[in-house]
Each structure stands twice: as structure tokens, then as C-alpha cells.
Design a protein around this ligand. Sequence first.
Ligand code: GLY
Ligand code: MN
Ligand code: MN
Length: 438
Amino acid sequence: MTIPVREFAHRRQALIEQMASESIAILPAAPERTRNRDVHYPFRQDSDFQYLTGFEEADAVLVLIPGREHGESVLFCRERDPEKERWDGFLVGPEGAVERYGFDDAFPIDDIDEILPGMIEGKSRVYYSMGLDAQFDAHVMEWINVIRSKVRSGAQPPGEFIALEHFLHDMRLYKSAAEIKVMEQAARISAEAHCRAMQICRPGMFEYQLEAELVHGFMRHGSRAPAYPSIVGGGDNACILHYIDNNQPLKDGDLVLIDAGCELENYASDITRTFPVNGKFSPEQKAIYEIVLASQAAAIDAVRPGNHWNQPHEAAVKVLCQGLIDLGILKGTLDEVLETESYKSYYMHRTGHWLGMDVHDVGDYKVGGAWRVLEPGMVLTVEPGLYISPNAEEVDPRWRGIGIRIEDDVTVTRDGCRVLTDGVPKTVEAIEALMAGA
Ligand code: GLY
Ligand code: MN
Ligand code: MN
């Protein structure tokens, strides 16, 4: 694991320092989910839990108690069990959790109903992310009700629930050097896989064959899964923003849009490239492509400390609009197009999102009603696009069915930003050269 154990301990400490006295935080691991009968979906740890623990098992609960004499950071987890481990693999167990993961104290998860109400009792505040897991919400209320049932014996139930995610998600927004290192590696793996997909692409192949190449590229470098379902959309399918059927043949003369990124050690990468199936852009495809590419350059240029969250989007929109006006696809002046938002027929999404453990990562985009100011350590995507529907009857037929997005992952640095995903080409010339050399 690239993130050192001590970094998880520091994160828990940093959260404890933000908590009020006489309080407790409760955070469950992700549940295992059944796919059918004896088969589970591949387990993926809850990002908040992972961020604070580095602990990869289900059936665990992290409890933080500022000022607790026997240690502030407590884990409930499965006990070791040779018979079970013979079938399902190694379990860390409470002792291992203390020794190897740096928790102050650990107990068997089967004892949580006996132990946790006593830990909550007397605390005035409970930090908990309500509403994410109805089953666990019910457990929390059961533990509170155990205390409430004993008020006549002097027990004191907590008076306040506080949203834990508010504190945690602000911490997750600022990536440490170790986190950036993992994200760089994830970006490198994804970039290499996109290059391979460009190189093997031929008319007549199916979209899923490019998807297979991407997944192969991810897993051969240690990624266990894509960070989100891969989009491989040939021709008109590129105009469907969340197209994941990936089951159509790729046609000579069409473009193909690939939006795919690996997840590595619980960190996402997120790359989109659009390229010609036969290796050569048509004049119409090239014209639209150059507009999207220029808008992405303008947006990336606006990613720097001191600029606010929306500035890259505003920069991208201006370039896209001017480009569409110049081609005669949009009518009116730039100001009119921006004012009426007529461009939204062809550009209907935002220019990016935070990136981290979740592909659409946590962190507020506005603070106190104003767009958030960019700061070093934040990681975001820059992903403008243009999508001219095959049914866009108001547009000259030669432009219809062209869908293009270009997406890179960038980290804000002290004096600007750094593109993590520049290992995959994006100029017309560089894409055509890579595909021609294949
Ligand atoms: N692949 C999801 C996104 O680009 O936001
Ligand atoms: Mn994407
Ligand atoms: Mn994205």
C-alpha cells in the first residue's frame, strides 16, 4: 500500500482535533452486497472509512472518542477464524488491527451491541453520516434507544447528531503528497491503456473490444477495477453522455469517444479521448475537435490558486461558443449566446468535478454562497465537449452525429496546475501519428 499507516493515524487525529469535547464519531465499513444467491458484488471499501483506516474488510466500524483514556481511536472488526479463513481468506482480527493498523483499541464486531452503547452514553454529540445506509442508521438508533431506556437509572443519551461528512469531506478535498503519488500512478496506467486502445482500433471492431483493451491495461498494472463504467461510444453513441452499452460495431469514417479510468488503491483516474476509428479525422470532425481542444486549453490555463471553481468552466464555455458561432452552428454574438445559453443544446454538462477516492469526489464547490477558491493539493478534471445530436435538425447535416469530449486530470500546484494524464496524446496531429504508427 502506498499510503503509509501513520498517514491514516494522522487523519484520525486531525478529525479528532476538530470534534467537540464529550463527543463520539461512528463510521461503518461498506456492507457486502449480494449479487445473486452465494455470489457477492466485488467488495469495495467505503471511501470515508478507507480514508480514515486503510482497513479493507467489510463488517467493521470505526469509533473515535476524543479524550478516551484507553485510546481515542477504536475499531470493531471480525475475529480471526481459521475455519472461515480457509474458505474466504485472511482476516486481520482485533489484535492485528491494533498491531498493524495503529488503532488504539479494537474489539470483535459481534460484541458491538454490548460495548458501543456504553461508549455513547454520557456524550452530548454524535458525529455520524446519516442517510447513507438505512440498515446501519437503524443500528445507531437502536444503540441510542438502549441508552434512552435507561434514563431513569441516570443514563444520559446524546442530544445532538452532527454530520460527520462535513468535516471529513473537507479533509479529503486536499490531497497529501502520498495521495497525489497514487493518483499520478493511476493516471499513468489509464493513459497507457487509452494509447493502446487508439493503436488497436480498426473499423469493424466492436466497442466492447476497445473496452476489453482498457480493462486489460488497467489490471495488468494492479488496478482491480475501473473507477466507473467505461464509456466506449462510436459515431452517434458519443452524443449519449452516459452510454455504457458498448456493444456496437465501430464504423469507418466515425469517431469513437472513450471515457475510462482505472481505480488504483481506492483512487480514481478519469480520462476521455475522442479519435477517428480509421485513424484520420474528416474536415468536419477536425473542425469541431479543434474547438473542444482549444476550450480545454483555456480551461486548464484557468486552473491556478486564487482562481475560483467556476473560472475554468467559464473559460471553456466562451471558447466553445465562439467556435460554434464561427462555424455558423450557433447564431448571434458571443454575449447573446452566453446570455440565452443557446450553447446548452451542444454543451450540457459542467467542465469538471473534484477527483479523488470517488470519481466525482467529495468537497463543496461553493463556500458561503461563493464559488470555492482553488488551492494547491486539490485535484479536478477538465472535460469540455461538444455533442451535436444526429437529430439536431437546426444544424447543417454535415455536423450531425459528432460527439467529442477531451478530459484530463489536473492537480492545483503552487503556481498553476499540473496535468496528470498527459501520457495520452490529444492534438489531431499526435493522435493521427500514434494511430498511423500502430
Ligand atoms: N466518467 C465520468 C465523468 O467523466 O465525469
Ligand atoms: Mn470521464
Ligand atoms: Mn469526469
